[in-house]
Write a protein of this length. Structure first.
Length: 91
């Protein structure tokens, strides 16, 4: 297993729209998904057009970017990813 087989995908909160209906709100959690698939390792279905970032951003935080903090990472996805890495013998 390589990290490129996976990507980060945002779960957004829903924000009320000014003209009725709902709009995508801020990021609630970041999930780990198989690359190109909108279902997280924890089983959460995500929007197909949700924001996507590379796995390298899970462990790092870009200057001025508070969106992938520890409190915004899905713990269940982290556990599943770690188990898959450990089980595959990857380091």
């Amino acid at each position: 297993m390589t990290s490129s087989q996976y990507e980060l995908r945002a779960e957004h909160r829903v924000a009320p729209a000014a003209a009725g209906g709902a709009q995508r709100g801020p990021v609630h959690l970041w999930h780990i998904c198989p690359a190109g698939r909108p279902v997280a390792l924890c089983g959460e279905p995500l929007e197909p057009d949700a924001e996507v970032r590379p796995m390298s951003e899970w462990a790092t935080r870009l200057p001025g970017d508070e969106s992938i903090t520890v409190t915004r990472r899905c713990a269940a996805c982290a556990d599943a990813y770690a188990a898959a890495r450990w089980g595959s013998g990857a380091e």
